[in-house]
Design a protein around this ligand. Structure first.
Ligand SMILES: CC(C)(COP(=O)(O)OP(=O)(O)OC[C@H]1O[C@@H](n2cnc3c(N)ncnc32)[C@H](O)[C@@H]1OP(=O)(O)O)[C@@H](O)C(=O)NCCC(=O)NCCS
Length: 209
């Protein structure tokens, strides 16, 4: 398996991978289409990574650089990254911002995600950026809240859930792996993007070199 920069010939593979990795109820309109990925390659090729096994794309990771001001505002997904074409990419910014990471379901749990993250964190050091950050999905939140319905307010429930995942007393299929990569939990961002399983929220995570 090879981790390398995304190339134009990989684009179809990434489109197919997205479908395998973000099944319903995740909204289909949020997935990358060919024209989006091609634009990412135009604006910031160094930030786009793939994991390739026998000419097949089995993992991918999309990122852009955002300004300090943009990062500190902790806006929703659309405002922070500038939509599917990553219009907020700022080559003079301070923060490498991860937009997505996906590993094909047949190849999970064997360190592909970790290697994609190593490539990202290496880029932070190489470009002498201030930090890496991402707003991470918390797709096991809804199930957890069903079992902890005595917590009435969604804000309280989201914070309690993230605290438990950080402590290791609850497991989230997305947040848990990202914490294992050394990312630190910062806060919950509510109304981050349409994502039913995560109650439209995300966990803001960061890593500093
Ligand atoms: C999140 C994701 C990228 C992780 O990739 P992966 O290659 O399976 O993860 P890794 O093999 O690198 O695992 C990293 C660590 O997390 C742990 N882990 C992996 N999946 C886990 C799970 N479902 N629950 C708990 N821990 C898990 C591993 O045991 C490993 O721990 P260790 O390093 O301490 O041994 C992958 O599950 C995925 O594509 N999910 C769907 C798409 C998605 O939601 N992406 C993120 C939001 S954009």
């Amino acid at each position: 398996m090879e981790i390398r920069r995304l190339q134009r010939a990989d684009v179809e593979g990434v489109v197919a991978l997205q479908r395998a990795c973000f099944p319903p109820p995740f909204p289909e309109e949020l997935l990358w289409k060919r024209e989006h990925i091609e634009r990412h390659l135009d604006i910031f090729p160094e930030g786009q990574f793939v994991a390739v096994l026998e000419d097949q794309v089995i993992g991918s990771a999309t990122a852009l650089i955002i300004s300090e001001e943009n990062y500190k505002a902790h806006h929703d997904w659309q405002t922070t990254v500038g939509g599917h074409f990553l219009e907020c990419h700022d080559p003079n910014g301070t923060t490498l911002y991860g937009v997505d990471i996906s590993v094909h379901p047949d190849y999970r749990g064997i360190g592909v995600g970790r290697q994609l993250y190593e490539a990202r964190l290496h880029l932070v050091r190489e470009r002498q950026l201030r930090r890496y950050a991402t707003a991470c999905r918390i797709p096991d939140f809804s199930t957890w809240w069903d079992m902890h319905h005595r917590i009435e307010e969604v804000t309280d429930a989201l914070n309690a859930y993230c605290r438990e995942v950080v402590a290791g007393t609850a497991n989230d299929r997305t947040l848990t792996p990202l914490l294992r990569y050394g990312l630190k939990f910062v806060s919950v961002i509510e109304n981050h993007m349409e994502d039913e399983e995560s109650a439209n929220a995300a966990a803001l995570l960061e890593w500093k070199p």
